[in-house]
Design a protein around this ligand. Structure first.
Ligand code: MN
Length: 147
């Protein structure tokens, strides 16, 4: 079950985050969102819809439109319904703090592999070809940058 880890971390009677469900993704309408998340540490959650869920990474520094590289730490897949979520996750709950949409749109998948994604982002802030490349021999660390 693709959203098991997402659901295990949350109590849906405490947080307003969507429980969500796996959808049927359409290749010409894949959701893209970055949510600014003021948790214990401010970060930016990059999410790309793929095969019914949102592949997710936490980016510690604000993403840029130039070629500077950003660390992106892979996190659990989120439901596609999460792309519209803004709100405050209550104190004591997983990810407690403010979530605001920082950028939103769709993306076109040029390449999607286990360790490498090339994405055409069509957001308001980020537009154009971006890459996500996984570090070799590291579990969760990727680089995110404009091509
Ligand atoms: Mn987050």
């Amino acid at each position: 079950m693709k959203l098991r880890e997402y659901r295990k971390k949350r109590k849906f009677d405490k947080t307003r985050e969507p429980e969500g469900k796996v959808v049927e993704s359409k290749p010409d309408n894949l959701a893209y969102v970055i949510q600014k998340h003021q948790a214990s540490h401010l970060h930016y959650d990059l999410r790309l819809e793929w095969e019914g869920v949102l592949l997710s990474w936490a980016v510690p520094k604000e993403p840029t439109t130039d070629e500077r590289k950003r660390l992106a730490v892979r996190t659990e897949d989120h439901p596609v319904q999460y792309a519209g979520f803004e709100g405050t996750i209550p104190k004591g709950e997983y990810g407690a703090g403010e979530v605001r949409i920082w950028d939103k749109g769709i993306w076109v998948a040029e390449e999607v592999k286990e360790d490498r994604i090339v994405a055409q982002l069509k957001g308001q802030k980020l537009k154009g070809r971006f890459a996500l490349i996984k570090f070799k021999n590291q579990d969760k660390n990727w680089l995110f940058f404009k091509l």
